[in-house]
Design a protein around this ligand. Structure first.
Ligand code: DSN
Length: 420
């Protein structure tokens, strides 16, 4: 006799993981999520990510697969490609990268030979691991050199970037950052790339949503390649994506598959398609505008509370806070841990020219993408800045921190990310 689907699966119900999922859902909804690279994906995105597309192997690209049974996979991947091209106005898109790092690895493989010189933003000044860190494949396989921020206003030193490019003549220049709160102007990068004959790659992982929403200068018309993650300000499924000119399309596609990846994660690609659909909705523009407005209010109020912000403020969704003015003994690590106890979740971060190690740091990074998705606005940003200051002032008083945590929880439960 054939067994029903219930008989197949009930024995496998995993209470332990189910409980952990519930606990994580509670944590996300009852504390403040201020990690600048995070967001709340919509229920529709999460449903697609949990769909039966997870069962399918589909090496290759739409209508050029190595396995059978890809009739629906082809359509969903093509939908994701068409939507993201429409969203960013790009000539070509590859939606298969599993992450931002995978996307960057594929671009390097497509455009570089091992040992080639690449110019990227220094990790110490806000760049990403894949922009040449010595402990990352990028720094091990390629000869990365770096540009950074000016001493004075802590903005990208475009003149110095161009001087270094003229001197070292890299084959690729990478723009983009993970902890930089100001606009990144694509034009100086394009100009110097044209002058020295380099490729121009813009890593828009953090700001992809802001670009789509018109809140940040658009690098797509001037860059040869734009990489990004789909789950940060873009608020979609966890994963990566590459946009390029048609001229580079074949090189990029071959570098993703078979160059650096095998079977694509079609459930993630289906979820990316849903996220792109949501980002094409006019309401997404309004959302991104609010993200930036909220970041500005948070920046002003933190300054009022005695914190120094690197570069003095923000143009995007994130803030880099130098803790030394607020409390010279307070490290980023201690601040992160204390704030976690108070229900404020963020990450420690090096500040430019930090005297402390990247594991300890003198700074914290905050972002407004998640709290804005929850519906919080300027009034709540003022509250968040004050919670942050009060928790850190109470750093050795657990009872006080516990009481502030109740206030934090009260705020969060008024803005549930997933109202039932
Ligand atoms: N982990 C991401 C971030 O927090 O910026 C970068 O990969």
């Amino acid at each position: 006799m054939m067994s029903s689907s219930n008989e197949i699966w009930t024995a496998s119900v995993d209470i332990e993981v189910q409980e952990l999922i519930e606990a994580e859902k509670y944590r996300q909804g009852s504390s403040l999520q201020l990690i600048a690279s995070e967001n709340f994906a919509s229920p529709a995105v999460m449903a697609a990510a949990g769909s039966p597309f997870t069962n399918k192997y589909s090496e290759g690209y739409p209508s050029r697969r190595y396995y059978g049974g890809n009739v629906h996979v082809d359509k969903v991947e093509q939908l994701a490609i068409d939507r993201v091209k429409n969203l960013f106005g790009s000539e070509h898109a590859n939606v298969q990268p599993h992450s931002g790092s995978s996307a960057n690895a594929a671009v390097y493989m497509a455009l570089l030979d091992i040992g080639d010189t690449v110019l990227g933003m220094s990790l110490d000044h806000g760049g990403h691991l894949t922009h040449g860190s010595g402990v990352n494949f990028s720094g091990k396989l390629y000869n990365f050199i770096s540009y950074g921020l000016t001493e004075g206003d802590e903005r990208i030193d475009y003149a110095e970037m161009q001087r270094i490019a003229r001197e070292h003549r890299p084959k690729l220049i990478v723009a983009g950052a993970t902890a930089y709160s100001r606009r990144i102007d694509p034009e100086p990068f394009r100009d110097i790339c044209d002058e020295i004959g380099a490729y121009f790659m813009f890593d828009a992982a953090h700001i992809a949503g802001l670009i789509a929403g018109g809140q940040h200068p658009d690098p797509v018309p001037s860059a040869d390649v734009v990489t990004f993650t789909t789950h940060k300000t873009l608020r979609g499924a966890r994963g990566g994506c590459i946009l390029s000119t048609s001229e580079l399309a074949k090189k990029i596609d071959s570098a993703v598959f078979p160059g650096t990846q095998g079977g694509p994660l079609e459930h993630a690609i289906a979820a990316k398609a849903v996220g792109f659909h949501e980002a094409l909705d006019p309401a997404f523009k309004t959302y991104t505008k609010r993200v930036v407005e909220n970041a500005n209010v948070l920046a002003s109020e933190l300054t009022e509370c005695g914190f120094r912000l690197v570069s003095g403020g923000t143009d995007n969704h994130l803030l880099l806070v130098d803790l030394r003015k607020f409390d010279s003994d307070l490290t980023g690590k201690a601040a992160q841990e204390t704030l976690d106890l108070g229900g404020v979740t963020l990450n420690r971060n090096s500040i430019p020219n930090d005297s402390r190690s990247p594991f300890i740091t003198s700074g914290i990074r905050m972002g407004t993408a998640s709290v804005t998705t929850q519906g919080m606005g300027p009034d709540e940003m003022v509250m968040i800045a004050n919670f942050t200051a009060r928790i850190l002032r109470a750093k050795s008083d657990e009872e006080k921190i516990k009481n502030i945590r109740f206030e934090v929880e009260e705020l969060c439960t008024s803005f549930p990310p997933y109202p039932e």
